[in-house]
Design a binder for this molecule. Sequence first.
Ligand code: ATP
Length: 302
Amino acid sequence: MVPEAGLEIDHVSKRYGDVVALSDMTFEVRPGELFGFVGSNGAGKTTTMRIALGVLEADSGAVRWAGEPITLSTRRRFGYMPEERGLYPKMKVLDQLVYLAKLHGLPSNGAHRAADDWIVRLGLRERRLDEVQKLSLGNQQRVQLAAALVHNPEVLVLDEPFSGLDPVAVDVMSQVLREKAAEGIPVVFSSHQLDLVQRLCDRVGIVNKGSMVACDTVDALRSSAASELVVHAPKAPTGWAAGIPGVEVVSEQDGRTTLRVPDDVDDQQILQTALDTGPVHEFSRHRPSLAELYRNVVKEGQ
Ligand SMILES: Nc1ncnc2c1ncn2[C@@H]1O[C@H](COP(=O)(O)OP(=O)(O)OP(=O)(O)O)[C@@H](O)[C@H]1O
């Protein structure tokens, strides 16, 4: 049965000496949700994930799963892919996965079956008897994902699972994460690949300086931002749009101007102003991408 409450990070704060790593970090990853955790280097993503897994202790706040505080035995049912990758370099891929599955409580035959299944699924069949240290980095990462999944976890927490993967491995990883979410488990992963996060995730949390600054579906985040207008008016003099009330000039190059336009500004007025300078070859509105939104949010917070 899928629980109603997911993985809750509730007002968590953490300092390392004078460094404030997390300040009142709060969000929930719901059962069945694929949640993207994004933020600059040092924003606090790894710290949050380590606290969720109990690898690190928070100074204050709470972490809950299915409405209950997390204990050692709950954590055994989590799947975790740590940033520093935690495999035994001299162990063979198959032995490693069987060992980890047993460590999480699977009986011997179940552990073998699960290890074999994930080896095949993640394209590691040829490598199953190789030592982990002899694999390429991308293949080590596939093993790391298998290690997070081999005990059939109830929650998945993955720290930058896509970094260093080739496009085929990115597709396999994306598919696996989608499937896991579709099975009803909460899946949270951090990434700097914002186009991927935008494509894949049900909801996204943007972290800045240890706090959650925006958290919603990509569509909701994009539609809450002012839209942009691209105007291609090759004869328009530089600065032609500077005086239009309420409009911000984002960029202007080779007759192509990008304007940030609040929804209540009349774009026909802008079109007329552009036409007054000569022909207009393009006049189109678009919502900012997640990457653009992210840059705005981070810039505002500086
Ligand atoms: N062991 C530590 N000792 C001291 N400071 C630390 C330690 N670990 C992290 N920090 C600091 O805590 C803050 C948050 O770091 P964290 O690793 O959580 O960020 P992140 O969002 O995961 O970054 P990245 O995208 O670079 O992996 C940073 O200022 C970092 O320098």
